[in-house]
Design a protein around this ligand. Sequence first.
Ligand code: AMP
Length: 402
Amino acid sequence: MKFFIINSGSSSIKYQVIEMETESVLATGLVERIGEEVGRLKNTCFPGTPDERESVIEQPIPDHYSGMMLVIAVLTDKDKGVIGDTSEISAIGHRVVHGGEDFHASTRITPEVIEAVKHNIPLAPLHNPANLDGIRVAMEIFAQVPQVAVFDTAFHQTMPPRAFMYALPSSLYEQDRVRRYGFHGTSHRFVAGECARMLGKPLAECNLITVHLGNGCSMTAIENGRSIDTSLGMTPLEGLVMGTRSGDVDPALHLFLKQNKGMELEAIDALLNKESGLKGLCGMNDMRDIHKAVEAGDARAAMALDVQTYRNRKYIGAYMAVLGRVDGIVFTAGIGENDAIVRAESLKGLEFLGVRLDAAKNKQRAKEARCISLEDSPVRVFVIPTNEELAIAREVANVVRG
Ligand code: AMP
């Protein structure tokens, strides 16, 4: 059984073809610069195997439909493709960013589901329309194939009101749906499931803190397998210090910037989303560059690292307080999986709460999921690679099997 996983952006389509029996990736790729003068498709067949082969096509790709048709042409190429024809695809999974309060789980796409995704456009004005483009095109091309929407927000729909309500006039929630939704849900759920397997008990009995540190960063408190709090908010701007996003700031900042610097709301939004976080603090948003700069004596880079890991530590402490008992802390995504310094700094001083990191294990580099705490650590610490496409594919399998 082969699944086609699609993550459609405003000018891009990221995709994978996954063979579900073995959960192996047959092809992965990215179409980008859709609508620009010259678009680009990069496709890799059998990634990470001796048969890996890459191809790049550059040509005008006016819209998502032509982008998708180009992907299909490459995937079904007689000599270089991975499938004979499109009938080999038995289901399609679409990443959808915002499901609002309408979706607590992944769901088969119907006209009603499309309407509900549209209804949530005000909550994700950049992402949901782009996700809908991918859905529309795939429904047109693969009319007979079951298609499933997998929402970034769905895993967090178990949060209680005390965690998701902002202390604002309640009419803003009741009439305008202003509340915390949380994102990265597919990743948090995936690594939580893998962690439960490593702990040797059902996810429904696990209390975990999952720490997703990539270009975007978020943390989730999971009680008995369910998300009860998470750091991203109504939009993916709140919480931890990210690559270019500020995370928590004083909400009065907007007024200050308007009154003192004459900035318009759109400019402030761009500042907080694109020019802040690690990049704002030190001019770099890739953690590898930041470490090199710290080694070379760059004080701003050292401060950026300190601000990010201090914020991580604060959130971990807060989530330990709300959970009471914690079985495991899980680090994942680009920084979480690879950066021993960030992990150690983020856990520094938490020994009194039962977190005892094994410094040697933490420093060992590996691609596999692993435990990096000392044998007798009451709270175990894990590094678990996230795999959002596989997580989406497993969701699709659950929905299709009913
Ligand atoms: P992601 O969004 O999960 O793809 O993560 C991307 C980020 O992970 C990059 O911007 C880097 O900051 C970080 N990253 C990737 N590899 C490493 C590494 N080996 N060490 C430290 N950070 C890394």
